[in-house]
Design a binder for this molecule. Structure first.
Ligand code: PMP
Ligand code: GLN
Length: 379
């Protein structure tokens, strides 16, 4: 059989969650909250179903929801977005990423992405006949080396994928990165895919710099967001893509045949729920407190925290504990010490020998406490 993705296996998130279940380990690997969803959000969904909102939603998304999103965007990024022509509701950010790449990437087009890169980018590019140009972020700050980007540019460069806050590197782009990027795209036919699913989870007084806020960037961008991260509902798979009209219309050509539309009752529930903008504003502190609590719990171990500016993940360096590579050590921790994490090297083309694992702290305090007990035993 001919495989279109010969080098691609099962995603590490599925592998590590299965391993955590098999060994009855605390699962800080795949990123999802283990605390309950706001009962109001559940109630709004039941209400939508009771009210018979059970048939196809409009292809591009429920207008009420898109209007609400447009208000949130204005509130956060001071830009008026037309909900009719510039927002598309998708079945998770994953679908938006795939649709955006499929909308513009033709065979032979080069797409620049930064390693460690979130694992859905590469297969989407490959399935469209594109070529991935992967540039490693500078360790340990995980910053973009713009000189390397400049030398990677060719006439075939068609897209640059930026993910800030970055999963799994947990770094964020700054004003200098934005200026460098603007310089690069100026005069070139390069589109931007800005994966901003952790846009509301940024720490230590840092600010998320959305591509929506910048005129030059937005005019070339597909900006991807996810309700999964913002409202603790990763299993709902509802996301959206904000893009200028000419890109939105290309994205929708793909979206309409990929999934056609996204779950109707969930869209109804969300369109009511997102009216309270306070929820987004409280998210930073909510997760920063969780991160600080986790770090406090493990401060006497030999795990060394890396500087993490955003997302709900914490990177820990284990070089004082083991010489194993990160895949081996992640397996060892899961089997022996009953704590599952994600090895970061799997997100690289050129595997580095960094001794770093990613831990998800979107968990109840009690889970973090049990996790810390296991980490203490390991080091
Ligand atoms: N991009 C990044 C960087 C992510 O971490 C995730 C999921 N955690 C996604 C995209 C996919 O989001 P969704 O679950 O909404 O498809
Ligand atoms: N994005 C989530 C993470 O980083 C996982 C999503 C998935 O399992 N597809 O853990």
């Amino acid at each position: 059989m001919i495989s279109k993705l010969p080098g691609i296996g099962t995603t590490i998130f599925t592998v590590m969650t299965a391993l955590a279940n098999k060994h009855n380990a605390i699962n800080l690997s795949q990123g999802f909250p283990d605390f309950p969803v706001d009962p109001l959000l559940n109630e709004l969904t039941y209400k939508a179903i009771r009210n018979e909102h059970n048939q196809y939603a409009p292809m591009a998304g429920l207008m009420l929801l898109k209007e609400g999103i447009s208000e949130i965007i204005y509130d956060n990024y001071s830009r008026s977005i037309n909900p009719d022509t510039e927002i598309t509701i998708t079945s998770g950010a994953t679908e938006a990423l795939f649709a955006a790449i499929s909308a513009v990437i033709k065979p032979g087009d080069e797409v620049i992405m930064f390693d460690p890169s979130y694992d859905s980018y590469e297969p989407a590019v490959l399935l469209n006949g594109g070529v991935c140009v992967r540039i490693s972020l500078e360790f340990p700050e995980y910053k973009i080396n713009w000189a390397k980007v400049n030398s990677a540019l060719t006439k075939k460069t068609r897209m640059i994928i930026i993910n800030s806050p970055n999963n799994p590197a947990c770094s964020v782009v700054d004003a200098n990165d934005i200026a460098e990027l603007k310089n690069i795209i100026s005069g070139n036919e390069i589109y931007l895919l800005s994966d901003e699913v952790y846009e509301h989870i940024v720490f230590d007084g840092k600010k998320h710099l959305s591509f929506i806020s910048d005129e030059d960037l937005f005019n070339r961008s597909f900006v991807v967001s996810s309700f999964g991260k913002t409202y603790h509902i990763t299993g709902w798979k509802v996301g959206y893509c904000t893009a200028p009209e000419y890109l939105t219309s290309e994205l929708r050509k793909v979206h309409q045949f990929l999934t056609f539309s996204t779950s109707t009752p969930f869209q109804h529930a969300l369109s009511e729920y997102i009216k309270d903008k306070g929820r987004i504003k409280s998210l930073k502190k909510f997760y920063q407190d969780k991160r600080n609590y986790f770090l406090e719990l493990i401060k006497d171990t030999k795990f060394k925290p890396l500087n993490c500016s955003g997302t709900y993940f914490q990177l820990l360096d284990y070089s004082d504990i083991s010489k194993d590579n990160d895949v081996e050590f992640a397996l060892h921790l899961t089997e022996k010490f009953k704590i599952a994490s994600i090895p970061v090297s799997v997100f690289y083309k050129e595997k580095p020998d960094h001794k770093v694992l990613r831990f998800c702290f979107a968990k109840k305090e009690e889970t973090l406490e049990r996790a810390a007990e296991n980490l203490k035993k390991a080091g």
